[in-house]
Design a protein. Structure first.
Length: 107
């Protein structure tokens, strides 16, 4: 069991590393694109859009979305743990034996 857990953790670490590297590449590409665009684009006049000052800042939108995601993940984890508790009587014990069927136990 410990070997499986170690292998699982290694795979997870590799996946997270690959995701981080991919994200870094995207951020670098966006920075490069933004710098290039800024150097060749003519000055664009800023327009005052109605109610623009009422909109949330992009940082607030991102923070709110991730806060919601964190809470949603916590609720899902609690649900999954509750399901495991509900089916625990049906699962094998540590010796590999299965619990007796309801018919057999009643006799």
């Amino acid at each position: 069991m410990a070997e499986t857990r170690t292998t699982s953790q290694e795979v997870q670490a590799e996946i997270l590393d690959a995701v981080r590297k991919g994200q870094e590449a995207v951020v670098d590409a966006i920075k490069h694109w933004a710098g290039t665009f800024q150097s060749i684009a003519p000055s664009v006049p800023v327009r005052n859009l109605p109610y623009a000052d009422k909109l949330p800042k992009p940082e607030e939108v991102v923070a709110s979305a991730y806060d919601f995601g964190k809470h949603l993940l916590a609720v899902q984890r609690s649900f999954a743990e509750s399901v495991l508790q509900a089916i625990k009587p049906l699962m094998s014990d540590t010796n590999g034996t299965t619990p007796p069927k309801a018919d057999t136990a009643a006799k």
